[in-house]
Design a protein around this ligand. Structure first.
Ligand code: PMP
Length: 285
């Protein structure tokens, strides 16, 4: 049976799930989205994802035409109809159909789309061996131009960084901000471990406030580990004892090499390995 996709209250077969070529989501990347996981039939951190979606929409003056409760129900129903218990959910709200000009006031029908699908995971050996990444020349969006806190449909900044990473043979890439500080990776937040303390760039560094990032910070603090949200430089990364990334799809993934420099001993460190276990328990419990 083909996967069903939710659009504006109706379910369509995947191949028939379409939006207009006049939708400003397509023409201008004018819209917002969320990537969410479901584990064992339970949607992980649904409230947090909906809150972030609504904040993103508010920041771009886009009114989502349904309530959070309706969106939550639509997500649960779409998962159920597709028989997905462990999967990935993409919630999208576009500005809707307009004219060919920019004016969002001429768009009258925001499209609310929910796709539920199998999840594309990083290869399992990466979690054992760790990932190699590079710092790319594409600077993360200036927060005063387009805040990285908005999860908008315009992901070109990240895509350009991803292309640079892929050209260097890396599936993730580290982006710096306009001040030259560490911001985040193309689709993941970054953490370092130094002398038992965990460090991660603050929101002001120009990052998406990852839901996994928040969950990991809470897990670490609960076990008494000090976590500092503090500006970081490439130098901090190079001399860290451990490095790991967090994201909805990636969960917690160790980084063992950055810009050809081994991080710590060049293998996943003990804190990261323990955290992977504990995050696993959190999501699968
Ligand atoms: N940064 C960026 C740019 C992202 O796209 C993502 C993935 N949504 C993240 C960080 C991680 O956020 P989350 O843990 O909410 O998936």
């Amino acid at each position: 049976m083909p996967l069903k996709v939710y659009i504006n209250g109706k379910l369509y077969d995947k191949d028939d799930a379409k939006v207009s070529v006049y939708d400003h989501g397509l023409l201008y990347g004018d819209g917002v989205f969320e990537g969410i996981r479901s584990y064992g039939g339970k949607v992980f951190r649904l409230k947090e994802h909906l809150d972030r979606l609504w904040y993103s929409a508010k920041a771009i003056l886009l009114e989502i035409p349904i309530s959070k409760a309706e969106m939550a129900k639509a997500i649960e129903d779409t998962l159920a109809v597709n028989g997905i218990t462990d999967g990935y959910i993409r919630a999208v709200v576009t500005r809707g159909c307009g004219t060919l000009g920019l004016d969002p006031n001429k768009c009258s029908d925001p499209q609310v789309i929910i796709i539920t699908d199998r999840i594309e995971l990083y290869p399992p050996e990466l979690y054992k061996q760790g990932l190699e990444i590079i710092t790319v020349s594409t600077v993360r969006n200036h927060p005063a131009a387009l805040s990285p806190r908005i999860k908008s449909l315009n992901y070109l900044n990240n895509i350009l960084a991803k292309i640079e990473g892929l050209q260097a043979g890396c599936i993730e890439a580290l982006m710096l901000n306009c001040r030259g500080e560490v911001a985040e990776c193309t689709g993941d937040n970054l953490f370092l471990v130094r002398e038992g303390r965990v460090l991660t760039p603050p929101t002001e560094a120009g990052i998406l406030e990852g839901i996994t990032r928040d969950a990991v910070i809470a897990l670490l603090r609960k076990q008494g580990t000090v976590v500092e949200e503090t500006p970081l430089t490439k130098h901090d990364v190079y001399v860290a004892d451990e490095c790991f990334l967090t994201g909805t799809a990636a969960e917690v993934v160790p980084v063992v090499k950055v810009d050809s420099r081994p991080i710590g001993r060049g293998i996943p460190g003990p804190l990261t390995r323990d955290l992977i276990e504990r995050f696993h328990e959190l999501t699968r419990s």
